[in-house]
Design a protein around this ligand. Structure first.
Ligand code: FE2
Length: 247
């Protein structure tokens, strides 16, 4: 089974199309979306439509999805995120808002677990350090764990030798077995619509359950077109600029 894993689309339709084109050329069997489908970007409705049509889709809600749906207080957001969440809510259909309202915070199967941020506090906590990963291990039943939220392509691995975190960039990493069972590992595919690792290309991953390899792909897209749409929509200028710098 090969999964197309993606996260943090944030209403960026051009970046999403690049990623879905990659998944199609890879012939993935199913899709895992780790949340933050909307917020920041100018095409929330179109992105939701595309994501909902994907085959074998499993999806969790991110903090932006919850805020737009009225499930999380906007007080926690910085001014850019708050402005964008209010704009997004006003530009979504009732059907789209209902979909966001119904999103689960965690999806667990016998083969993997998926959350937006961390398994301990799914929509809010950023999983960034080895110590934090080790501390969160008891909240996961089936490895690997897939998550997003930090907008950084990362791999976490834990074994008897210790715990480490690897910045993936555009590389691959594998999930190890230990004593015949999957060793604790977590993969973050980075962000489709607003990468923050100083690489403006859209980020996503493909996970193969046979080889247990998670491979990141970085895809160029027309971010200038998205910048134009952000400005036309009257969203904050910073949201347009950061796409160019990948931050
Ligand atoms: Fe996000």
């Amino acid at each position: 089974m090969r999964y197309g894993v993606f996260s943090d689309v944030h209403g960026n339709l051009e970046a999403l199309k690049a990623v879905l084109g990659h998944f199609e050329s890879e012939g993935v069997d199913a899709h895992l979306c780790c949340g933050d489908l909307v917020g920041y970007g100018p095409d929330p409705e179109a992105c939701l439509g595309l994501i909902r049509s994907l085959k074998g889709l499993s999806v969790v809600g991110g903090n932006h999805d919850l805020a737009v749906a009225g499930r999380m207080d906007l007080e926690w957001f910085n001014p850019y995120a708050r402005t964008a969440a209010i704009w997004t809510r006003a530009h979504l259909s009732r059907q789209a808002l209902d979909f966001l309202e119904g999103l689960p915070l965690r999806v667990e199967t016998s083969d993997w677990t998926m959350v937006h941020g961390s398994p301990r506090k799914p929509p809010e906590e950023y999983l960034l350090s080895p110590a934090q990963f080790q501390d969160c291990r008891s909240y996961v039943k089936a490895w690997p764990l897939f998550m997003g939220h930090s907008h950084m392509p990362l791999a976490f691995r834990s074994s008897a030798a210790g715990t480490d975190v690897v910045f993936l960039g555009d590389r691959e990493e594998s999930a190890a077995m230990e004593g015949g069972v999957p060793a604790p590992a977590a993969f973050n595919p980075g962000s489709v619509g607003q990468p923050r690792d100083h690489d403006p290309r859209a980020s996503c991953g493909v996970y193969d359950t046979k080889t247990r390899v998670f491979r990141i792909a970085r895809l160029s897209y027309d971010y200038r077109l998205v910048q134009g749409k952000i400005r036309e929509a009257g969203l904050p200028e910073y949201l347009a600029l950061r796409l160019e710098y990948g931050q």
